[in-house]
Design a protein around this ligand. Sequence first.
Ligand code: NAD
Length: 512
Amino acid sequence: SILPAPTQPIKPGTSTGQHFWHTTDASTEQPRKTIDSYSPADGQLIARVTTSTRADYDQVVETAQVAFAEWRLVPAPRRGEIVRQMAEQFRRYKRELGTLVSYEMGKSLQEGLGEVQEIIDICDFAVGQSRQLYGLSMHSERPAHRMLEQWHPLGVVGIISAFNFPVAVWSWNAMLAWVCGDVCIWKPSEKTPLTALACQQIIGDVLRNNDVPEGVSCLITGGRDAGEWLARDPRVALVSATGSTRMGKAVAEAVAGRLGKSLLELGGNNAIIVSEHADLDLAIPAIVFGAVGTAGQRCTSTRRVIVQERIYDDVKSRLKNAYAQLRIGSPLDESFHVGPVIDQAAVHAYQMAVKEILESGGKFVVEPGLVEGLGFESGCYVRPCIAEAENQWPVVQRETFAPILYLLKYTTLEDAIRQQNDVPQGLSSAIFTLNMREAERFLSATGSDCGIANVNIGTSGAEIGGAFGGEKETGGGRESGSDAWKAYMRRQTNTINYGTTMPLAQGITFEL
Ligand code: NAD
């Protein structure tokens, strides 16, 4: 089983088995608060998960600190070997965990399995990285001196994650942090606590079998309060937070207030530019997948399509036809394209956005609505819709986490790039064109201002090999591939004098 035995109360703690939780709060003797996890697929209560109190949290941090003192001494390739074994466990439990992700979060089973595949991929990447934590060496200006830099482990890393990638985002952080010699405390979204418990369970055997110190992998449960404990705690060297821009601003302020390090992965408002030189057979499926995949709840979901005016009507009618073929239904049934949104609050946000689009003067090319009836009892199924809109409308400038696509028009490429960049967020972007000049312009310094800019590929579906993240209100953090590992280590510059004199830098003399 990937979950603790159902006869035991489900409670967090550390992956190697020590749980600090009791069913009553020791300070008040009151029963502990619980989080009820409901599936948006069928509205069923899946489980009740106990939440951590501040006292539990402090005990977790202390255990993590003790573990760090030991873990940082384990050679990095040996730490990589432990992550390699974790990858094996995730391969073994891919179907079970993928299904749980799909059931608890509501994304399609294919996407749930894809998310577990991302864990496996980042594990493989981190194993290789464990032998490549390279520092540079520099030529000193002084004779008989050597200069170099080293990268050392940081300490306790707090990971705050969002509901929409309930397990992958944790792994992007944790796997790299572990090979870098850090210990992790994970605060998953209160909307998806079970998938987090399952991950801890899956890696538990690996940690135990390798005598990894208790506290290298910790989990705390709860909502905003628990996230705030991490953000404000000077014992937490790095807070990596994924979620809304509102949350990111609060975390950034709290962490900066104590001069800690933060890594922020926040909201997006991603656009695809469709040029008159586009291959529409590539563009249309990319737009549709980007807009309706995960019911529009990816940070990289396509929210805006900016179309050259000469092909606007053609693109509009092709999108309309494509949307007519979409089948909405249970995420666990692979014959459906679109599943539910996470909860009633998300449905409400969708409905409020629809109202605002109409009030702003928007016209729906594909009509919105709630899907009701047999199989939709959870009340979380909404129709993917397309609205003709204008970029400056407040509703278009905001990220609504639902399958709403805005259709915008442009005249020149200059105008398209301006619209694409003219939003507060800067995560993902794409252009569809077969014209080399247009493509290169889009990728140039005067092109897209996003962290991700693609040509003839949609905005979602990043590979773990590249650094992932975005600019402006997306927070500026980079995770996963490339040299993202550096965020989890501290850089130290070393100068060694192996000569017999004491020359000073910048030619300064100091006679005694
Ligand atoms: P959310 O901001 O509501 O919650 C995210 C996490 O932050 C949760 O664990 C929550 O408990 C915690 N939290 C909330 N307020 C906090 C505070 N003041 N201090 C500390 N922690 C706090 O986001 P969500 O609804 O779960 O996720 C959707 C959002 O996440 C979207 O905006 C999406 O674009 C973004 N997201 C971004 C990326 C990325 O890599 N850029 C990836 C996934 C999701």
